[in-house]
Write a new protein. Structure first.
Lengths: 425, 425
């Protein structure tokens, strides 16, 4: 089999993109996939639901790419024109596929409905095209070589359908056609409590590597390192990643909290679950956001019992038993109040751990001594200790950011304490 | 002055877009702006930091548009090539602008730093181009007519800088050049508790109008109607919107909760503030998300005192004083438990209102009688009443969605009760 050279072009079809009604997430997904697969890609085009303009875009793309990837325009409405327009451009007839028709009818039947006549057009593909099956939605896509050395792939505009179809069918096809040399595997390490630049400095010698590559990313206070390896097989690529991961984890120590789909909430949850321990939270400036984050994890009721949102100071005294004199003296945003909140909620809810947040999320309420972004996080531990940490998140990134990094920092503080308690077991 | 006809093309320059490292939010922003201004726009192009390919994209765009809007490639690094490449394409020299240089130097001086030599290139624009000032970042853009009937605008890739520059300089310029006929004003009405299709049906006769236009949008359970009017002045356009807004509000009644930047949390907050009343929340399946949403509003401590996250049933009994027998009999997800939670938190925190949520967010824990997506919301009112409502959100859209629409539905239930209590005052 000949090795195909050349590049890909992403062509997103949809007037809603030209109106700015939706964000073009499909282009980003496909771009990253192409980068990961090592397929060059130099242009992206967005065009509306207009057959003349779609054909112009195809004509241009054929001149500069050998793999055209379309999203959108596969639905049942008169606006959905991708397949008929491509057939017209390459001057071949549309052919009805009985298998597609049956599949669409079966999907409607499952919901107890008859297929509307308008869906019939979704069974039409240009002659010679193969079906690119859509396990979720009604519209399939296609894989087509309309002329030698040119591949056209079409996907629906719905991101979840497009992504599933890409992974299940398009990637294996490209591998088989030798567009992809070998297999690409990546692994993301996740960090909290270290800045992107500090981490990049620590792992600097790994960032210039060829295979595997290591690249840092940062978002909302979290830093990630993505390790990507190309190998002849899944196992081969994984074997390239393993020693790099081990070394990066060794260098970064406790700042690395997990990998891939882990989150601080899931990692802390796993720790509590394995210790058979329970947690309660006391929240002031986050207003419930810490509890909300913990309970994003299904099954979190096994270890998270609940908490007290003490937004008003009177609630800190009444429900969390914070000493009113110390509250008045030190102020609500102080180490002593954070510690009393953590102890209070642990005691009130009868859990092993109590975790508290009190701070100034802004934009108002700051003072020279206690500026916006000042946050104390308190932790009452399972062995009866209590301590707190002071954070200064600054006021430049706003209230939402301060509240989010506060709750993540609280989880991170608990994570490190749970690790320490494991080590001392 | 001649009225310019023709269409715009958005050209986003940046290899990071081709690698999928960033989402193309600039294209969406500009697309919506062009739609709002009534400027036709048929193609968007993304191209990497490569002068040959940028020139190819410009050549194509010149054939099909008369207003080329560039984002990206204005920074100080060797990768930033938009201005020199455009100068080369249109065959004019680059000219250094002393005013830009001084502005960049002043911005560095403010931070106590000297301008690095690499920033000097940002002061170079093609001969004949006007400066498009950047009040935030170092890189200015330009407005240029390289040939009669063709306008080129360039913006940095940083969305906040691009958006500010677009609004402050580009829009007035386009108005002055008569690309925009008059002024465009839009107003968004916000709805909760009605589906997009039901609302569209109720306001059907307004959806086909010309000026103002009315368009429905839906996201995460919320429905919006955007009214957009074109007028000769701000006041003229606003005068066109006012009667349509009044009529849409009349038709939709209480389902319309606000407009523009309002949120359910801000509207409920304003109601409580004007009543001088206070609120506490009791949360089970949302785990703190309702409190989190309420406290996104700065100053919410004036009316939101706090709450109890009763994720575990023992907390419902211990802290919210839910009757353990009734809890065992009716189950945690029931009308009676929702009502006792609302009453309990109101009593424990001493507030005027108590609002509660108990439900099955899934993906596990459902049963035939109590499926995933079943949620009860309880409300203890300021006049000593308590009632609850049963919601069935279904299991198809997942845990996060169920939790989000639950907390919004709780705020909406409170909003309607506050409205009723105002009417009965």
């Amino acid at each position: 089999m000949e090795v195909m050279n050349g590049s890909a072009e992403i062509i997103c079809v949809g007037t809603e993109l030209l109106l700015g009604d939706i964000l073009n997430r499909n282009a980003q997904f496909l771009a990253r996939q192409l980068a990961d697969l090592g397929i060059p890609h130099y242009y992206q085009t967005v065009v509306g639901d207009n057959p003349v303009r779609i054909k112009r875009a195809v004509a241009i793309a054929c001149e500069r790419a050998r793999l055209l990837i379309f999203t959108g325009g596969l639905g049942p409405t008169p606006d959905d024109l991708t397949h008929p327009t491509l057939a017209e451009f390459f001057d071949v007839p549309l052919v009805e596929h009985g298998a597609i028709l049956q599949d669409i009818q079966a999907k409607f039947a499952q919901r107890g409905r008859a297929m509307p006549e308008s869906n019939r057009k979704q069974a039409l593909l240009p002659e010679g095209a193969e079906i690119l099956p859509n396990p979720i939605g009604s519209a399939p896509g296609m894989i087509w070589q309309p002329r030698p050395g040119l591949i056209v792939m079409t996907f629906p505009g719905v991101p979840s359908e497009m992504q599933g179809m890409w992974q299940a069918t398009a990637v294996p096809y490209l591998q088989q056609q030798q567009w992809v040399q070998g297999v690409l595997v990546s692994r993301t390490l996740r960090f909290w409590g270290i800045s992107e630049s500090a981490l990049a400095e620590r792992v600097a010698s790994w960032l210039g590597q060829g295979n595997p590559t290591v690249a840092p990313y940062a978002s909302r206070g979290e830093v990630k390192l993505r390790i990507t390896a190309r190998g002849t097989s899944q196992a081969d690529a994984a074997a390239l990643i393993a020693p790099v991961e081990t070394e990066l984890r060794r260098i970064s120590g406790l700042d690395c909290y997990g990998s891939d789909d882990d989150s601080l909430a899931s990692v802390v949850g796993e720790q509590l679950r394995s210790h058979h321990q329970t947690l309660a939270v006391a929240e002031s400036c986050t207003g419930g956001g810490l509890g909300e984050l913990l309970t994003t994890i299904p099954g979190s009721s096994a270890y998270f019992w609940g908490g007290i949102i003490a937004y008003d100071n009177s609630i800190k005294v009444a429900l969390l038993k914070v000493d009113p004199d110390q509250l008045a003296q030190a102020g609500a945003v102080s180490a002593t109040v954070a510690e009393q909140m953590a102890l209070g909620v642990k005691h009130q809810l009868g859990t092993d751990w109590g975790l508290s947040i009190t701070g100034i999320a802004g934009p108002h309420g700051g003072s020279p001594g206690k500026p916006v972004g000042l946050v104390y996080i308190g932790l009452a531990t399972c062995d009866g200790q209590v301590h707190s940490r002071r954070y200064q998140f600054g006021d430049t990134r706003g209230r939402d950011w301060i509240r989010h990094v506060s709750r993540c920092s609280a989880l991170d503080q608990l994570r490190r304490a749970l690790l320490a308690s494991t080590l001392s077991d």
